[in-house]
Design a binder for this molecule. Structure first.
Ligand SMILES: *[C@@H]1O[C@H](CO)[C@@H](O)[C@H](O)[C@H]1NC(C)=O
Ligand SMILES: *[C@@H]1O[C@H](CO)[C@@H](O)[C@H](O)[C@H]1NC(C)=O
Length: 400
C-alpha cells in the first residue's frame, strides 16, 4: 500500500470515528443525526478551544456563530412580520394578513438556547412563529431577552416578564386585535423554563387582570437541584444536549463565575443541607412513573456547602425552578400542554411537572415522544420535527 492510500485510510477511519454515534433502534434518520451532531461538535470543540486559550468565553463565541442564522423581519404572502419593542424589550410580532371579523387568539412565545443563545430572529424560531400565526390565525409575539454570560438571572426572567406584562395590557391587546380570553404562553427548553416561571408569577400579580388560557411547555428545564435523575444519567452524552452542556447553561444563567457551581453540579453536590426540605418537590423516586425509573436507584443527595447556595441564591428560587412551587400555587395554573422526549436529559423535569400538576388538579395534556430528542423544535430538517410541530399547533387549534 502506498503512503498516500495509507493516509487516506487513516483519514477515513478518523472521520468515521468522529461521526459515528450509537443510536437506539427506534431512532428515525440516524445518519442525519450523526452528521448534524458532528457539525455541531466541530463548532463546540472550536469554541471550547478558543476558550481554553483564554481568548473568548465559549458561550460568547457560540452566540456569534448562531447569530449568522438570524433572519430579518420579512413578511410573506400570509403573515406580516415586524420587529418592535414591548416595554423596551425587543420582540418580533407575526400578524396574519387575512381579514378577521373576530378578535384573534394570542400566543406569546419564548425561544430556547440555554439562557445563553438564540433569538426570536433565529431562522427556526422565525419559521415556527410564522407557521403558528398562519395556521392558528393567531397573533404571535416572539420575545427576546438579554442573554448570559453578559446577563444572568433574574435579567432573562424579568425581560420576558416585562414584555409579557406589556402585551397583556388591554390597550395593547386591542391594538393587535387579540381576544383577552384566548391567550397562551409557550416556550421550548430554556424558553419552557421561562414560560413556566412567568405563568406562575402572573398568578400573584395584582396589576395584571387578564388570565392566561394555556401554558405550553416544550421539553422545559424546570429545576437545577437534582441533575442526576434517570434522564440525566441515560442521556448524558446524547446529542444535542449533553449533561455537561446543560450544567454549563445552568451555571451561566445563575452566576458570573460559573466554574465553582459547575463543578459542584457535575457531582450533584450543590444543594445545601438546610434546603433538604425542597428536595421532595424534585424527588424523581416518588414523582416519576415506574417505567421511566427502570433500574435506576435513588440516592439521597450528598449536600453541598452553604456558601455556594448563599452566593447563588437563584439556584433555589422558584423563578428559576418552577418545580419548587407548592401545590396550592400549582393548583391555580391554567390548562397545560407539555412535550417530553425520551432522549433528553430534561425529560424527567417535564415528567415530574406533569405528575405534580395533575396531583394539584391542573388539567394537563402530556405528549411524550418515544423516539424524540432535545431540539426537535429547532432542527427542522428532521421529519419528526414536522410531525411534532403539527401536533402542537393542532392541539393549540382545538384548545386555545
Ligand atoms: C400561504 O397560505 C397558502 C394557503 O394556506 C399556502 O398554500 C402557502 O404555502 C402559504 N405561504 C407561505 C409562504 O407559507
Ligand atoms: C424521595 O422519595 C423516596 C421514595 O418515595 C424516599 O424514600 C426518599 O426519602 C425521598 N427523598 C427525599 C430527599 O425526599
Amino acid at each position: 500500500m502506498g503512503r498516500k492510500s495509507l493516509y487516506l485510510l487513516m483519514l477515513g477511519i478518523f472521520v468515521a470515528y468522529y461521526i459515528y454515534i450509537p443510536l437506539p433502534d427506534n431512532f428515525e434518520e440516524p445518519w442525519r443525526m450523526m452528521f448534524t451532531n458532528a457539525y455541531l461538535n466541530t463548532i463546540k470543540y472550536s469554541v471550547y478551544f478558543v476558550e481554553l486559550l483564554g481568548l473568548c468565553n465559549s458561550m460568547d463565541s457560540m452566540q456569534i456563530f448562531t447569530s449568522f442564522l438570524d433572519a430579518p423581519p420579512t413578511s410573506d404572502e400570509n403573515v406580516t412580520v415586524t420587529d418592535t419593542t414591548f416595554n423596551n424589550i425587543p420582540v418580533r410580532v407575526f400578524m396574519p394578513k387575512r381579514k378577521s371579523e373576530a378578535l384573534r387568539r394570542g400566543l406569546f412565545y419564548i425561544h430556547g438556547g440555554g439562557w445563553c443563545l438564540g433569538s426570536a430572529a433565529s431562522q427556526n424560531y422565525d419559521l415556527l412563529s410564522r407557521w403558528t400565526a398562519d395556521r392558528l390565525d393567531a397573533v404571535v409575539v416572539s420575545t427576546n431577552y438579554r442573554l448570559a454570560p453578559k446577563y444572568r438571572f433574574p435579567t432573562q426572567f424579568e425581560d420576558v416578564y416585562n414584555a409579557l406584562r406589556w402585551f397583556l395590557r388591554p390597550k395593547v391587546l386591542a391594538q393587535y386585535g387579540v381576544n383577552p380570553e384566548r391567550i397562551a404562553v409557550s416556550g421550548d427548553s430554556a424558553g419552557g423554563n421561562l414560560a413556566a416561571a412567568v405563568t406562575q408569577q402572573l398568578l400573584d400579580d395584582p396589576d395584571v387582570k387578564i388570565k392566561l388560557k394555556i401554558q405550553s411547555l416544550i421539553y422545559p428545564a424546570l429545576q437545577p437541584l437534582d441533575v442526576d435523575s434517570p434522564s440525566y444519567r441515560e442521556n448524558s452524552e446524547f446529542p444535542f444536549l449533553s449533561r455537561s452542556l446543560m450544567i454549563r447553561f445552568w451555571s451561566e444563567y445563575l452566576t458570573a463565575d460559573p466554574a465553582s457551581l459547575e463543578k459542584a453540579m457535575l457531582s450533584n453536590q450543590h444543594v445545601p443541607a438546610e434546603s433538604h426540605h425542597l428536595l421532595k418537590f424534585v424527588n424523581w423516586s416518588s414523582l416519576l412513573p415506574e417505567r421511566y425509573i427502570k433500574g435506576n436507584v435513588y440516592k439521597d443527595p450528598t449536600y453541598g456547602s452553604s456558601e455556594l447556595a448563599m452566593k447563588y441564591p437563584g439556584l433555589l428560587d422558584v423563578r428559576v425552578a418552577p418545580l419548587l412551587a407548592d401545590d396550592k400555587k400549582l393548583h391555580r395554573l391554567p390548562l397545560t400542554y407539555i412535550i417530553t422526549c425520551q432522549y433528553d436529559v430534561l425529560r424527567d423535569d417535564g415528567l415530574m411537572y406533569v405528575t405534580r400538576l395533575r396531583n394539584a388538579g391542573v388539567p394537563v395534556t402530556h405528549n411524550h415522544i418515544e423516539n424524540g430528542f432535545h431540539g426537535i423544535f429547532s432542527f427542522l430538517e428532521f421529519k419528526i420535527s414536522d410531525k411534532i410541530i403539527n401536533n402542537y399547533i393542532s392541539w393549540l387549534h382545538e384548545n386555545l
